[in-house]
Design a protein around this ligand. Structure first.
Ligand code: ZN
Length: 96
């Protein structure tokens, strides 16, 4: 029941901990994955803009706009989760 009463951990232990220092929930991971995918498709959509010839530019632009909105929503969802759920701000000390 009692949390650790130890002094500062040795360096080696600290280095090992830094990998698993945050233990976000599965939902957070899903939101991050959505955000990653949204960012990727936004990047892809913007990437082709300079190469879209006159007539196609509008379509490419619309696609980029949709991707941007998706990215925005994915970002909001992720941040909302971090705000309401404390899973990402947990410190390594609470890992017992
Ligand atoms: Zn969470």
């Amino acid at each position: 029941m009692s949390v650790s009463t130890m002094a500062a951990p040795p360096i080696r232990l600290h280095a090992r901990r830094s990998q698993a220092q945050k233990t976000p929930c599965a939902e957070w991971c899903a939101f991050v994955e959505l955000y990653r995918l949204a960012a990727k498709s936004f990047s892809d959509a913007v990437e082709v803009l300079p190469y879209a010839p006159g007539g196609e530019f509008n379509q490419a632009w619309q696609r980029a706009e949709r991707a941007r909105k998706n990215l925005d929503e994915a970002r909001s969802a992720l941040m909302r989760h971090e705000y309401t759920h404390d899973c990402c701000t947990r410190t390594e000390a609470s890992n017992a």
